[in-house]
Write a protein of this length. Sequence first.
Length: 472
Amino acid sequence: MKNIDRFAVTEDQLRALVAEGLRHGGDWCDLYFEDTVYSDFLLRDSEVNSAGYHIDYGCGIRVLKGEKTGYAYSESTAFDELLKAARSAAAIACVASSAEQPAFRSGTPDLRRNDCYPVRLGWNGADSCVFSDFLKKIEAGIRSRESRTLKVIGMLSWSMSEILMYNSLGELTSDSRPLGSISVQVIFRQEERIETTNVSRSLRAGAEMICDDVAEDLISRAVRNVDQLFEARRPKGGQMPVVMGAGASGILLHEAMGHAFEADFNRKGQSVFAGKMGSRICRKGINIIDDGTLAASRGSCNFDDEGVPGQKTYMVTDGILTSYLHDRISAWSYGVAPTGNGRRESFRYNPIPRMRATYMESGCDGSVQDLIASVKKGIFVDQFANGQVKIGEGDFTFYVKSGALIENGRLTMPVKDINIIGNGPQALADIEAVASDLKIDESTWTCGKEQSVAVSCGIPSVLVGNLTVGGE
């Protein structure tokens, strides 16, 4: 296995480290080696005037004993330093631990292991001048199409992570993870009024994504709704139907519902869905998925950060809650196989249940135009900005970045400065129609649950019968 040489360890040393972690009575030990190279380029004032290069290298060692977790890491993979980390993790886990832990056994499902990261051109082999020219091309395209452009700020970043994992079951796994991201912020001015838009694209792919098609996508999205930005007004608020557009609206699904399906929240009784496995939580025909197998998706993983193969997990099947999102700990607790959702920010962090690419499957209730036509008075939204969610209660508030009034089945005035307020389980129950236009949004979504990890989200257009719209 190639990454053993990268980290200058042998299989005998891996076994010895695990044995040291278990020497004081631990139930489980795993090792997570990481070598990540990160680079970025920043365009500001029409020039690429900033660039960075960073290397993150080290190993995290976890020991479990009963309900206790010991975790330690080393920024060196010298064997003596790793031994110290293993002893530290064991000391933390095994002090005064008397709780019983379900028997640790192989929970790795036997899945076909596809490569989700199609790389045709390695990032390290690409000429940095290409990145600079690419950002300049995007700015030039935006300025040529929109005379109200005041400023363009562009960021291109890429990383390549080499991962090696080993555990006390003797499972040895490696993964090579690329990630490329382009983010563009555009500031527009019309007379004395200023408006801003942000667009981005992020893929687990190689430098081949720096191409004309991606540039055109970013340029066209950046200038698409400038008129609406300046025409938008704050409408009257109240309770009303809301049509959520396909794609980026999936962030509400991620935040308001997806987190509540993560098994650690349910195992601790902190989620509104705790104890509801097998219950109907929304109408028939609705399927909600967390998927680690989408090719090139920002949230995909060949293996999660515990060495479990990436897979496609139906959390809701035909309206029934059928699975939580499990890491190894919660899977053992529930007596099920892990779902490949054990993720961490880096080797410095302990893995916990996290989402990957979370989305709702297409329905059969027509098009987004059909959904809009069915609403006499309501709101259409297609982009959300930052929001707040209470996992325990399921209550959420999201700021609407882009939307419009629906009046007598037609989109009328563009709207701004409004919030969508509701409850996740209730919003699920209130979904009246699901269109056939599922879109996975490929923006630079990052989830922050104690740690930051790359995720994806998506949704078809859906009609929620009743939500609170905070307006005038």
